[in-house]
Design a protein around this ligand. Structure first.
Ligand code: PEP
Ligand code: MN
Length: 389
């Protein structure tokens, strides 16, 4: 059950206290207050957890300060797209806007290694006007003897270099709660020269304690990567976990799913789900072509497979790309064989700009056809010219 409060209500005021007292009269009920800033106004809500079947809606709706009571019978109550809840979940972070219309490219190293490599990456991004990157400091690895990331100790110089090159947001995976604290403390210590988006890796897609940890803080947005071996519904429910803890600044990232049917790619590319996730939820959707494809390899047309696959996501309306680059892939401590090189960066960016523009043109085309009456479509040129293609 969710209780939506009237806009002027003070969370620390007497009305909220009276509502909480009425709810706690029912045994086993837990409550949590959450504030959400939408485009139009700030919404204050009380989430009621437990067996709420005995609580009469009308009684709660009569209390001062209550706007309405919503029963959570719908899937993905907070992140979902519902009839009475169509506004996208837009958020701003460190001067960047994220929603289902925005477009960002998070390009960078899989794992932070040497300052020279990180600096070369940031410098190249700055040269092409990109202020979003990816850098792994905490790496969950399949093999216990593989490099596990430099952890906290690389954060001071990493953040300083990011600030030097105007990087505003770094996507960085966290694998346990204490990593959030470490990132927060090191950013503060460095004087906040940059920002961080907390990445939940596919291996932690159903680590509910970690999901609750990133959800119960609102300092950092969250980039959630779809679980590689679970259903889409289970991954979306995991995002609902994050949102239900209070943080709705979430980007949903498709990264391929595990099945040998995708061979020789590392994972079966699931970018056909971009419009599906945009329809089921109000979250911005990211695609990760690197971990889907898993190798640097040129197709016979001269285009890198990773470019091709990224383009498939972008042309379907993806709002972000998470992609691995490395100035010296042969030196990379993790995922070198799938990293693009800095020489390929301008080509990649230009290619992605091209498909993004084509997506926007496709969207405008759909609007044009959507507003035409059926008779006008039948009479018009577009159909016959389409046949000529
Ligand atoms: C990553 O982005 O570095 C990563 C490990 O991705 P995934 O969790 O999708 O495997
Ligand atoms: Mn990687």
């Amino acid at each position: 059950m969710i209780i939506i409060l009237k806009p002027e209500i003070d969370p620390a005021g007497s009305e909220v206290q009276q509502i909480l007292n009425s709810l706690h009269y029912y045994q086993g009920i837990q409550t949590r207050i959450s504030g959400v800033t939408g485009k139009e106004r700030k919404v204050l809500e009380i989430y009621v957890i437990g067996d709420t079947s005995r609580i009469p809606d009308e009684e709660i709706e009569r209390l001062p300060g209550v706007e309405r009571v919503v029963r959570v019978s719908k899937k993905y109550r907070l992140i979902g797209r519902h009839r009475d809840d169509l506004e996208g979940l837009r958020f701003e972070y460190n001067g960047l806007v994220f929603d289902q219309d925005s477009f960002h490219i998070f390009a960078g190293l899989c794992a932070v290694d040497r300052p020279e490599n990180v600096e070369a990456m940031f410098k190249a991004l700055a040269q092409y006007g990109i202020s979003t990157s990816r850098m792994g400091a905490y790496k969950p690895r399949t093999n216990p003897y593989s490099f596990q990331g430099h952890g906290r100790k690389c954060l001071p110089w990493l953040f300083e270099l990011a600030g030097k090159y105007g990087i505003k947001c770094i996507a960085m995976e966290v694998t346990k709660e204490v990593h959030i604290e470490e990132i927060y403390e090191e950013l503060e210590r460095a004087g906040r020269p940059t920002g961080v988006m907390l990445q939940i890796g596919t291996r932690n897609a159903q680590n509910f304690e970690l999901l609750k940890a990133v959800g119960s803080q609102v300092e950092f947005p969250v980039l959630y990567k779809r679980g590689m071996g679970i259903t889409l519904e289970e991954s979306l429910n995991a995002c609902e976990y994050i949102a239900s803890e209070g943080n709705r600044n979430i980007i949903f990232c498709l990264r391929g799913v595990k099945t040998n049917l995708g061979d020789p790619h590392r994972n079966l590319v699931d970018f056909a789900h971009v419009p599906v996730v945009k329809g089921l939820t109000r979250l911005p959707v990211c695609v990760d072509p690197t971990h889907s494809v898993g190798r640097r390899s040129k197709a016979p047309d001269g285009i890198e497979e990773i470019f091709h696959i990224a383009a498939q996501g972008v042309i379907s309306g993806a709002n972000a790309i998470l992609v691995e680059f490395h100035p010296r892939p042969q030196e990379a401590l993790c995922d070198g064989p799938q990293a693009l090189t800095l020489e390929e960066l301008p080509h990649f960016l230009e290619d992605m700009r091209l498909v993004r523009e084509t997506y926007l043109a496709r969207k405008a085309l759909a609007q044009k056809y959507g507003s035409l009456k059926e008779s006008e479509v039948l009479r018009g040129m577009p159909l016959s010219s389409a046949c000529a293609l």
